[in-house]
Design a protein around this ligand. Structure first.
Ligand SMILES: [Zn+2]
Length: 173
């Protein structure tokens, strides 16, 4: 069985609160000049948010300081374990290949994400990490949660950083 699911018509109700929290993390990242992506990890048995993080790549000068990785590290510290079975991750953007692999290593049960990322995603695009034979833990995946709000944040952020690229041919994304 391969539970890679994208079904915006069937939003998981348990995601609404955590996803709002992830969006608020993403907004905080934008205010710090970081790409606005936020992630939250919820322990399903208690419903408690055990970690919340947003991108800190620029601040930490660390290309691996993505919201998901920072949240996974915090959640593992909180649980005193290198595994996060029984936990779900809510993130505003489709995880990249690096984060998807970390999600698999952490044995996270479910991934809820907001906007799709055709350019940098590694779940439904590119490496499609969870669909590979080398991936030994496949979380359930639900995409398209708060998709519009997540995408709007990213669009506004990049629009503000590139006020006028029309006069600079060749300066692509
Ligand atoms: Zn990532």
């Amino acid at each position: 069985m391969h539970p890679l699911t994208k079904d915006a018509a069937k939003p998981a109700p348990e995601s609404a609160g955590p996803m709002a929290e992830a969006l608020s993390e993403a907004r905080a990242a934008a205010e710090r000049g970081e790409v606005p992506v936020g992630a939250v990890i919820v322990e399903r048995a208690t419903g408690a948010i055990i970690a919340a993080a947003s991108n800190r790549v620029v601040e930490l000068k660390d290309p691996t300081a993505h919201a998901e990785l920072l949240a996974i590290r915090d959640a593992c510290r909180a649980k005193g374990s290198e595994r996060l079975a029984g936990c779900d991750l809510h993130v505003t953007l489709e995880p990249c290949a690096m984060c998807a692999q970390a999600i698999a290593f952490a044995r996270i049960d479910r991934v809820y994400f907001g906007a799709s990322d055709p350019k940098g995603g590694g779940v439904e695009h590119g490496a499609r990490i969870f669909a590979q034979a080398t991936c030994h833990h496949r979380p359930e995946v639900y995409g398209g949660l708060s998709e519009q709000a997540s995408a709007d944040l990213l669009r506004a952020f990049f629009a503000a950083r590139r006020p006028d690229t029309s006069t600079e041919p060749g300066d692509g994304a």
